[in-house]
Structures are given as structure tokens and as C-alpha cells.
Design a protein around this ligand. Structure first.
Ligand SMILES: *Cc1c(COP(=O)(O)O)cnc(C)c1O
Length: 375
């Protein structure tokens, strides 16, 4: 087994794995399960300090992105797609699949979206039903101020869909002070449960928009409205993956007990950047670094595969490559959730350094040591 220091899925703590093996009831028929599900959702809302209703859907994080677009998009709707990264761009596909018209707002991939520039754009262009945006665009690790962006969009009555699959629970998000109508999260990133669940936080305005549609939602599995009255009706649209949910609940309790979770993520991320810089390894981003993932450029003269496979073979540590426009150009260390501990990250930096040196890429310091000193 590799130590997975990837940008998700992340390592899973033993008590989460144990919780997944508890005895199962019938989640469609057992009223206790409805209460357990509802209580877990309330904890998710409370964890993010929001009144928006949390829901847990059976399906990997991508399901939440698709469900948001499926549930809000009616044929011909114009949707503003904020694009400064691979996931940002990708939302356009979901909008198109559900017959919406995506309008791209594409800016530099090495920096966060500039809220003032977006404000100037919106002054002239604001005929959109909703906008999509990414909190942490994982391929680069860039952080966008989605709370501020959603407040800006709200001035024009534009709803906001935000993907924070790779941000939530590792990167602070002031949801109470935002106008995000559908926030998307996944089980396998900073919450450190295994992949398989989507979490959504849905505003009343988003539910109203779904209820008031002129056309039916063109999906069953991705239809958020089918969850609206599950508790009153004692009916889920499909059988809930109960073991995944008991695991998620334990992971959520781990998070809630962890009083310096955000401080730990931010100091580890800052120390990783400091160590890489001291070692002469170039970061992909110019600004907007996330607390959950760091993307570094593949040094000249070697390939991403040489680096990744070398770390796996000699150190048993797996980090992420990349895809789409960043394929082959960057590799990424996921330091979120259970990965965000000094020993884990120091081991990873030692493996990175050893592999680079073996590939004849000089490193200018002991990166693991610089990392530890910087914490
Ligand atoms: C991981 C992730 C998702 C979920 O999709 P995958 O199938 O795991 O790629 C969605 N959005 C972001 C920003 C992610 O990092």
C-alpha cells in the first residue's frame, strides 16, 4: 500500500474505516436511519456555520457539480462560468449537457479571480441565472474568494454555485457571510473519508428556483429537488449508501474535534512552499496558494512520470500528477485532512528530494528540514 499524499483521495483514519464496518440496517425503511441522516446533515450545516440545508448524495464529488447544474439549468438559461482553472472551465460541460448556455469568463490560471475586475465585467454583463465558481481549483491549487464573488453576483440577482470539493474542511470558507446557493463538497478530500459521497449545502433561494422551474429537471440521480422533503415523506429517491454515511459521520466528528484544523493546514502549506522555494523547486502559482494542495512545476529535463513513479517505487509515497492543460507540467502534493500532519509531509518532501536527486535534478537544501523548521 502506498502512502497517498495525493490531492484527494486522502488517507483515511482507522476510526473512519471501523465506522464503515458497523452493522447495517435498511436505510429505506428504518426510521432511525432517517434521524441519523438528518442529524449528520444538521452537523454539516453547523460545521460551516450556515442555515443552508446540507444534503448527502450517494455518488463521488462530481455528482454534486452535475446535480447543481441539472437542478438549476433550464433550456436556454445563460450561465456565467468563472474559469481560472481546469475545474472552473469544466463546469461549462454540465451547463451544456442540461441545455444551458455557458458564457465563459476566462482569466489567468496562475492567480485567483480578481474580484474588482469581475465587478467591472458584471457592470456590463449580468444577464445570467447563476454563475459557477471553484473555491480551490485542485489542478493548480488556486484559491478564489468565492464568498466575496457570490456577494458581488448577488447584487445582480445572479445565484452562485461553488465547488469547494478540495477546499472544504481544510481551507476556511465564510459561508454565513456569503451568498452561495449551492456549495459542493466531497467525502474524499480534506474530510478524509473514502470516495463515494457528495455533500451539498443548498439555500432556500436555490430550492425556490428549482420548485419554480417551467420545465422538469432533466435527471433523476442528479435531481436535488427529490431530496427536499425526504424527512417529512420518509423517502429517499434511492437507497442511501449507509456504510459510506456512517464513515462520513465519523470523519466529520474527527474534524469537529480538531480545534486547530485550519491553523495546521495553513502552517503546513506555508512551510511546504518555503521548503520547495529553498530547494529551488518552482511553484506553479504566482499567488492564491491553497492550504490543501501545492502544485509544483516538473523540473526541466525530467518527466512527471519519472518523478511520480520514482517516489512510488523507492519511497512508497504517491503524489498526484495532473491532467487537461496542466498534464505533464505539474505534480501536486495533497496536504489536506489526514495528510496534513508534519511527519506525513516531511516524509513526502524527503521522497521528492531523493527522487529529484536520483534523476540528477539538484536540490539546494534539505527540504524536509526547512519544512520542519518553518512550522
Ligand atoms: C476532487 C474534485 C472534484 C471531484 O471529482 P474527482 O472525480 O475526484 O476528480 C470536484 N471538484 C474539485 C475541485 C475537486 O478537487
Amino acid at each position: 500500500m502506498y502512502k497517498i499524499m495525493t490531492a484527494g483521495p486522502t488517507q483515511v483514519r482507522e476510526n473512519v474505516r471501523m465506522a464503515r464496518s458497523l452493522p447495517c440496517t435498511n436505510p429505506d425503511l428504518d426510521m432511525e436511519f432517517f434521524d441519523f441522516y438528518k442529524e449528520t446533515c444538521s452537523m454539516l450545516s453547523k460545521a460551516l456555520n450556515t442555515r443552508n440545508r446540507a444534503l448527502i448524495l450517494g455518488g463521488e464529488g462530481i455528482l454534486g457539480l452535475e446535480a447543481a447544474c441539472a437542478s438549476l439549468t433550464e433550456p436556454g438559461d445563460k450561465v456565467l462560468v468563472l474559469d481560472n482553472g481546469v475545474f472552473g472551465k469544466g463546469f461549462a460541460d454540465f451547463v451544456k449537457i442540461y441545455s444551458g448556455q455557458p458564457v465563459m469568463y476566462t482569466v489567468d490560471y496562475r492567480n485567483p479571480i480578481d474580484v474588482d475586475e469581475l465587478a467591472a465585467y458584471l457592470e456590463k454583463n449580468h444577464d445570467f441565472k447563476y454563475a459557477t465558481m471553484i473555491h480551490c481549483d485542485t489542478p493548480s491549487g488556486v484559491i478564489n474568494d468565492v464568498a466575496a464573488i457570490s456577494r458581488l453576483l448577488d447584487q445582480y440577482g445572479i445565484m452562485s454555485v461553488a465547488d469547494s470539493v478540495a477546499g472544504l474542511f481544510g481551507q476556511p470558507l465564510d459561508l454565513a457571510n456569503s451568498k452561495i446557493d449551492i456549495l459542493c463538497g466531497g467525502s474524499q478530500k480534506a474530510l478524509s473519508a473514502p470516495p463515494g459521497l457528495t455533500m451539498l449545502w443548498v439555500s432556500q433561494r436555490a430550492f425556490d428556483a428549482m420548485v419554480n422551474r417551467k420545465t422538469p429537471i432533466a435527471s433523476f440521480y442528479a435531481n436535488i429537488l427529490l431530496f427536499k422533503d425526504y424527512y417529512e415523506k420518509k423517502e429517499f429517491p434511492y437507497t442511501m449508501p449507509i456504510s459510506d454515511i456512517t464513515g462520513l459521520r465519523q470523519a466529520l466528528e474527527n474534524y469537529l474535534e480538531d480545534k486547530d484544523v485550519y491553523k495546521r493546514h495553513s502552517s503546513i502549506a506555508a512551510a511546504v512552499r518555503k521548503a520547495l522555494a529553498a530547494g529551488g523547486v518552482k511553484l506553479y502559482l504566482e499567488s492564491g496558494y491553497s492550504n490543501t494542495v501545492t502544485a509544483l512545476e516538473v523540473p526541466e529535463g525530467i518527466t512527471d512520470m519519472q518523478l511520480l513513479r520514482g517516489m512510488e517505487k523507492d519511497y512508497n509515497i504517491m503524489i498526484s500528477g495532473c491532467f487537461d492543460v496542466l498534464a505533464g507540467k505539474v505534480v501536486r502534493i495533497g496536504h489536506m485532512g489526514e495528510n496534513a500532519y508534519p511527519d506525513e509531509v516531511a516524509d513526502t518532501l524527503r521522497a521528492l528530494q531523493g527522487t529529484l536527486e536520483k534523476l540528477n535534478v539538484p536540490v539546494k537544501c534539505d527540504m524536509a528540514e526547512v519544512f520542519r523548521k518553518a512550522l
